[in-house]
Design a protein around this ligand. Structure first.
Ligand SMILES: [Zn+2]
Length: 467
């Protein structure tokens, strides 16, 4: 059996994975800030965490997975100025802030379910862990890691010799005392807020708490340190998040957790997934491409076809989203479902027995730092090979689907839907032939043939039948 290897951002290497506890693997994934809809770029982190969890389960481990929900303290500006995203959303929508959190948390969870992301073992939210966050800040203060300014309590990065290791940050290259927008009292540009005071003038906050330092709210980074410690204990095995979390959020989490609890390293393996890009840039408000899973459905893209699209790129590579790419993914996904339907009809077999080494190769691919594109190539080769019978193939496909998560045992395609797709392809082939694009015409014929659809051209047009 192949060994599971995972890329660790901390060492910048693929490492053989060994859990701290021989059976139970503990994972923490940074969750969303629930102030708005989650667009598809925001869904990739959870798909990635899901594939990680499924791979661990496939390898026979038990997993305790925690995802948090950020419902306070995430500011519009990463340099500890700007507004709390939640407060802003509440004011703009006219809703109460708790309603905003509830509404977008529910929508986010519904999207995860549509994408067949296994629910985490623990959902937790920042506002349920205020005492733990205050206690951590108190300990850090007692140990001399903090200082106070007019607007909050800050972590002094110069007190932590290991600060920034995860991101290879060289503190001496960052100028101390650099003036930051609106936060001129910070001693060092990398210092960050642990606790922010409620404003004494201007807009009142809806969410605020008493603390030893006055009424206010916690900084964004301290919540993940407090919740991961509370639900997993330190150290734990794997922490996941987007690559954008490496230089600030995760570096700060490490500084807080390790110095508060004196556990080094607080996390053994840090894993980060790359962005989805839209026309070459990371999806964001300014670049467009802010589709939600619901928008894709309106465009006729099934959520599981979008999941299939995501499986097509390795998590450490940027993935380019275009309408065309996701439509193509849906075509391929439906082709796989068609195979599944045909194989399913032949009955159950035994996944352990089949020849051809497909199971070993699939396992080796996912164990090589979750190489899903490689694993999918094995899937296609397996469903097409003449060397296995349909019952063996179906047993293997169901086994692989424990990781793919495409729900192939339940999948169905309406016959009418398939027929309509065939008609569209035949029309496209006719246009290609009329334009003397015979390469494309042949490609479509071959594509249909793989699906068991045979074309017959005559003077009266093209007819098709199932082989
Ligand atoms: Zn986090």
């Amino acid at each position: 059996m192949s060994e599971l290897c995972l890329y660790n951002t901390l060492s910048r290497k693929k490492e053989r994975f060994e859990p701290l506890d021989s059976e139970l693997v503990r994972i923490y994934s940074c969750g969303p800030t629930v102030y708005s809809y989650q667009h598809i770029g925001n869904m990739r982190p959870y798909l990635f965490a899901d594939l990680l969890k499924r791979t661990l389960l496939y390898n026979g481990y038990r997993v305790r997975h925690v995802i948090n929900v950020t419902d306070v303290g995430h500011l519009t500006d990463d340099a500890d100025s700007g507004e709390d995203k939640m407060e802003l959303a509440a004011r703009e929508s006219g809703m109460d802030i708790w309603q905003v959190a509830e509404k977008y948390t529910a929508l986010y969870k519904a999207d995860l379910e549509k994408l067949r992301v296994l629910p985490p073992d623990v959902w937790c939210k920042a506002t349920d862990h205020i005492p733990q966050q205050i206690e951590m800040i108190r300990v850090l203060e007692e140990k001399g890691f903090t200082y106070s300014t007019d607007d909050g309590i800050y972590f002094d990065v110069s007190k932590d010799p290991g600060y920034g290791r995860l991101a290879r940050i060289d503190l001496s290259s960052l100028r101390a005392g650099e003036r930051i927008d609106g936060v001129s009292q910070k001693r060092h540009s990398a210092d960050f807020a642990l606790w922010k005071f409620s404003p004494t003038e201007g807009a009142a906050r809806q969410m605020e708490w008493q603390s030893p330092w006055g009424v206010g709210f916690p900084g964004w980074h301290i919540e993940c340190s407090a919740m991961s410690q509370a639900h997993l204990g330190l150290p734990f095995d794997i922490h996941t998040g987007g690559v954008d979390h490496v230089p600030v959020h995760h570096v700060n989490e490490i500084a807080q957790s390790e110095n508060c609890f004196d556990v080094r390293p607080c996390v053994r393996t840090w894993m980060h997934e790359e962005f989805i890009t839209f026309e070459g840039v990371k999806i964001s408000k300014s670049t467009g491409g802010l589709y939600t899973v619901g928008d894709l459905e309106q465009m006729g893209i099934e959520p599981l076809a979008f999941r299939f699209f995501l499986l097509g790129a390795h998590y450490r590579q940027q993935q380019m989203f275009t309408d065309n790419a996701v439509v193509q993914a849906q075509t391929a996904y439906r082709r796989l479902v068609r195979h599944a339907l045909d194989l399913r009809a032949s009955g159950d077999g035994n996944a352990a027995a089949p020849a051809g080494g497909f199971r070993d190769r699939f396992h080796a691919a996912i164990n090589d730092d979750l190489n899903l594109p490689q694993a999918l190539a094995v899937v296609w080769e397996m469903v097409r090979t003449p060397d296995l019978g349909p019952r063996e193939k179906w047993a293997l496909l169901r086994d692989f689907d424990r990781v793919l998560g495409l729900d192939l045992a339940e999948a169905r395609i309406e016959r009418g839907e398939i027929d309509a797709e065939i008609e569209v392809l035949i029309e496209e082939r006719n246009r290609a032939r009329a334009n003397s694009d015979f390469a494309r015409a042949d490609e479509i014929r071959d594509q249909l043939e793989v699906q068991g659809i045979l074309l017959e051209d005559s003077s009266r047009g093209t007819r098709w039948r199932r082989a």
